[in-house]
Design a binder for this molecule. Structure first.
Ligand code: NAG
Ligand code: NAG
Ligand code: NAG
Ligand code: NAG
Ligand code: NAG
Ligand code: NAG
Ligand code: NAG
Ligand code: NAG
Ligand code: NAG
Ligand code: NAG
Ligand code: NAG
Ligand code: NAG
Length: 534
């Protein structure tokens, strides 16, 4: 019997978890599990960062969160790719089979999706009485089928994320297509999406209109669902809009008109907000996209200014894997690279040692006005981030230093009167915080670190906002079928991740030792906690 290589790795990694060298082990397995094909794999740790970032933004409406996307015609579905494929001879697919142009494009498209992007521009046209992807022999229905597999495979609480599909419908003389009177069912886009994509994943214009208050017609302020409502309550995954004005959209109930978007090409018509008034102005605009060629620094810059970059640098199938260098560092605007560190507090919590790497802090660099999120030892004393209650951008970073527990404890009043322990929830929140820091007393310090309201105290590696907030997944993962619930993008990380959650739950670090920890924290009021069962 031949045991697949990935299974051995998975097994070894589970053993690794038992070791106190857990972090080194992670570093090792991630490099080693790189499976030889050109598309690099997203490490478990990175997947955890993506997930935690999504969870932080759960209460933000979906039109205000940052998306990183690609213009598919520029990066993969183009004539250059077709030529490369034709010159290549037999194509060996990841499955081991011999492929043709169609499978090679689809295979690479799937990998592109797995790299974590959340927006795609697709150019389609009618050719030979079929909807086809422009410049290729790829049918639109084949594209939809591949997208569907990705949605099905990631349709779990731990991995689900929002996708935005923007269609360019190309016709010869810019003529419009009246979809309402199409004779041919082959060309019925609604029918294709029903059959090959699955209507249950699509958030429709009709569902959107239902969301609006009756005063929408007066205020024209659209009301989009929050990430929580979209992904977890309605269980939707995708929004589709047409960038061109070719289709008669009264015949296509799944497609939003481009009026809902703020879509720029090449140059942004929105400048980076300079103050909170500017930030509030830009927040009134929904779905802010900029389609242009970018460098990695530009992508980061635009995200921090509240825009969603769509990458249209030129690639083809021979070098499209290089695009990961742009996507991978930019999809996480919160955590620093290699954060949040995988931790299992039990391991470092000896009798006398009081360490718990379960609390998040922000590192502010005044030199380049950048914020990065890192994990810190909850017992360390440092400043904390406070925000005036019921205000949007009234930040305050304390001069006094305290442990994370003191900031997190609602009874302690570590923040000034009228202020609460806080966290920036969007890149624009972060920008207003940067503005505050630039103008505050902290200006002179090169580097400033302060606690933010984010911790994994209840369950290691599961990041939540607030005191005593339960991990949203602990119910799933503590039941017997937890393995089925944790389905990330790739099978290898599936095992790694299962291991992380399994161990976290086995030990439940701070819970197990609550009395002990509380005693250490509250040395003064020790007696209050003795005898109280926890
Ligand atoms: C979202 O808002 C609800 C209700 O105010 C609150 O209970 C929850 O903790 C918030 N979640 C996040 C991630 O901010
Ligand atoms: C991508 O395309 C290349 C052909 O250039 C092919 O060899 C490879 O199998 C495709 N799939 C993946 C996942 O890279
Ligand atoms: C490519 O191969 C697949 C099966 O592997 C087949 O279904 C498809 O029709 C082929 N496409 C072309 C253009 O030959
Ligand atoms: C058009 O489609 C028909 C059948 O659907 C096929 O026989 C023919 O080869 C196609 N022509 C081109 C140019 O692809
Ligand atoms: C189609 O529209 C684009 C942009 O609106 C324009 O630049 C182009 O010239 C038009 N093409 C034709 C053939 O009318
Ligand atoms: C297209 O397909 C949908 C769903 O199958 C159907 O409701 C609609 O009537 C069709 N449109 C036309 C113009 O045939
Ligand atoms: C719109 O109506 C809802 C309730 O129907 C209300 O809560 C909201 O404040 C109104 N918004 C404006 C801008 O009037
Ligand atoms: C789009 O379809 C609707 C409903 O069938 C029709 O009333 C309208 O005239 C069409 N618009 C265009 C531009 O063809
Ligand atoms: C953006 O730039 C590209 C390449 O220079 C050009 O083809 C395209 O027309 C430009 N788009 C707009 C809206 O100016
Ligand atoms: C974009 O801005 C640059 C510099 O401001 C300018 O040179 C260029 O012409 C602009 N491009 C377009 C398409 O407006
Ligand atoms: C990818 O390859 C194509 C053709 O060889 C080239 O035009 C393009 O600039 C390359 N892209 C990058 C980012 O290297
Ligand atoms: C800011 O500077 C620090 C160190 O000086 C560096 O590590 C970090 O990458 C920089 N951040 C950005 C966004 O340039």
């Amino acid at each position: 019997m031949i045991i697949p290589k990935w299974l051995c790795h998975a097994f070894l990694s589970l053993i690794c978890f038992q070791s106190i060298l857990i972090r080194q082990c992670f570093a090792y397995t991630n490099i080693d599990l790189y499976n030889g094909n050109a598309w690099p794999q997203i490490s478990t740790q990175r997947q955890n960062a993506i997930r935690s970032q999504r969870d932080i933004m759960r209460n933000v409406t979906i039109d205000q969160i940052p998306y990183v996307g690609v213009d598919l015609r520029k990066v993969l579905f183009n004539q250059q790719s077709v030529e490369v494929i034709n010159q290549m001879g037999p194509i060996h697919l990841t499955s081991g089979a011999i492929g043709n142009e169609t499978n090679a494009l689809i295979d690479n498209f799937t990998s592109l999706l797995n790299s974590g992007l959340q927006t795609m521009i697709l150019d389609i046209e009618i050719r030979n009485n079929t909807w086809m992807v422009v410049e290729t022999d790829l049918k639109f229905q084949q594209y939809l089928t591949a997208l569907n597999s990705f949605l099905v495979q990631s349709h779990f609480d731990l991995s689900a994320n929002i996708q935005v599909l923007l269609l360019n419908v190309i016709t010869k003389d810019n003529s419009t297509i009246d979809t309402t009177s199409f004779p041919d069912p082959q060309l019925n886009i609604t029918d294709l999406m029903d059959t090959y994509l699955g209507s249950k994943y699509i958030f429709t214009p009709e569902a959107f209109l239902k969301e609006q208050y009756s005063n929408f017609t007066i205020t024209r302020q659209p009301r989009w669902p929050t990430v929580q409502q979209f992904l977890f309550d309605k269980r939707k995954r995708i929004i589709i809009s047409e960038l061109t004005s070719t289709l008669n959209l009264s015949g296509t109930p799944y497609i939003f008109p481009h009026d809902i978007l703020h879509y720029d090409e090449n140059n942004s018509t929105l400048s980076c907000p300079k103050d909170n008034i500017g930030i509030n102005k830009i927040k009134e605009i929904s779905w802010r996209f900029l389609n242009a060629p970018f460098t990695i620094d530009e992508i980061r810059q635009y995200i921090s200014c509240g825009l969603s970059p769509i990458i249209s640098n030129y690639y083809d199938i021979s070098n499209v894997t290089d695009i990961v260098e742009l996507i991978s560092p930019s999809i996480v605007w919160t955590w620093e690279e290699d954060e949040p560190r995988i931790s299992n507090s039990k391991l470092v919590m000896g009798k006398d040692s009081i360490q718990a790497y379960n609390c998040a802090k922000i590192k502010y660099m005044s030199a380049n006005s950048s914020l990065s999120w890192v994990v810190g030892n909850c017992y360390n004393k440092r400043s904390g981030l406070c925000k005036k209650s019921h205000s949007e951008y009234n930040w305050f970073v304390t001069r006094e230093v305290d442990s994370f527990f003191d900031f997190n404890d609602l009874q302690e009043h570590t923040c000034p009167e009228g202020y609460n322990f806080s966290i920036p929830l969007t890149p624009l929140d972060g920008l207003s915080l940067v503005h505050y820091l630039e103008n505050s007393i902290h200006k002179s310090t090169e580097e400033k670190e302060f606690w933010i309201d984010l911790n994994s105290i209840m369950v290691s590696n599961c990041w939540v906002i607030g005191e005593n907030t339960a991990c949203p997944y602990s119910k799933e993962v503590s039941t017997r079928n937890f393995l089925q619930m944790i389905l990330p993008v790739s099978i290898v990380s599936f095992f790694l991740l299962a291991g992380v959650f399994y161990l976290s739950l086995l030990t439940i670090p701070i819970h197990d030792n609550r009395k002990n920890w509380k005693r250490i924290v509250n040395q003064v009021s020790k007696n209050e906690f003795e005898g109280v069962p926890s």
